[in-house]
Design a protein. Structure first.
Length: 275
């Protein structure tokens, strides 16, 4: 039986999901979170649906063993490849996933031309096709997979020349087509918004879906009577299947957690796959 004091489970292929965690902490400071970055397998973008489903299932089992009351698939690639699969495997568990924010982009663009940055697996998934079909009418979408950008962000290179070059290769052709909106279809990408905005210019709107996803988490918790609004601030526990020391070094840069050093626990990736 889940209780409202239980934590929320959040996972991504790596540190990308921390952009959703950041929004959740702002909107629901009383909630506790168990965060899992599957850095032993990042990037997910080039992987098969079956592999991503296997990883996502093992991580979900791990998060449920930590008494998570709801699971946030804070990864567009895993949402595209595994969200429907997870809901079938865990019918009693509430899930919230990611969806490229084509709808708000289509509603606000003035030029009718919108750029979408996401991974190959996200673009290939049925979820993206459905989003485009439902909300993309009347706008011209320009897609780019930004090869290597996830790895740059995993290495903490948020404004290096090589990161800039990846973004210029993606954005320049779109800007020449007169886009006025960029949709971030990968949870890693909000960490390079300053660089994207610098390249695109101040008149191009960059849409980070994290705040909207956090509002959806809150709505679902409220609907299930699981929203924790007790006085004290919630805790966050971090887990990775990759290099825990490297993630510990990166957290202050990504989350701005001030002085308090966060410990990252290591989980053997085989423990995840074999769950
Ligand atoms: N951050 C994830 C996403 O939103 C996955 C990126 C990857 O591992 O390729 O798609």
């Amino acid at each position: 039986m889940k209780s409202l004091e239980n934590p929320i489970g959040v996972f991504d292929s790596g540190v990308g999901g921390l952009s959703v965690l950041r929004a959740m902490r702002e909107q629901m400071p009383n909630e506790s979170v168990i965060y899992f970055g599957d850095q032993g397998h990042v990037p997910y973008g080039p992987r098969s649906m079956e592999e991503i489903q296997k990883f996502s299932e093992g991580i979900t089992r791990f998060l449920l063993e930590q008494n998570s009351k709801l699971i946030v698939v804070a990864c567009n690639t895993a949402s595209a490849a595994a969200l429907k699969y997870l809901r079938g495997r865990f019918p009693d568990v509430p899930f919230v996933g990611m969806e490229p924010a084509v709808k708000p982009a289509a509603e606000t663009t003035k030029t009718g031309k919108v750029g979408v940055l996401a991974t190959p697996a996200t673009f290939q998934g049925a979820l993206y096709a459905s989003v485009v079909e439902r909300f993309g009418a009347g706008v011209e979408l320009f897609q780019h997979t930004c090869p290597g950008l996830v790895g740059q962000i995993e290495n903490g290179e948020l404004d290096s020349m090589s990161t800039r070059r990846i973004l210029e290769d993606a954005l320049t052709p779109m800007l020449e087509k007169n886009i006025d909106t960029v949709v971030l279809g990968c949870t890693h990408y909000p960490f390079v918004i300053p660089l994207i905005q610098e390249i695109a210019g101040e008149y191009v709107r960059v849409i980070d879906p994290a705040p909207a996803v956090s509002r959806q988490v809150r709505r679902l918790l409220e609907a299930k009577g699981l929203l924790n609004e007790a006085g004290e601030t919630g805790y966050t526990e971090f887990f990775t299947s990759g290099d825990s020391a490297a993630m510990e070094m990166l957290l202050p840069k990504l989350l701005g957690v001030g002085g308090d050093v966060q410990t990252v626990n290591w989980v053997n990736e085989l423990e995840i796959i074999l769950r």
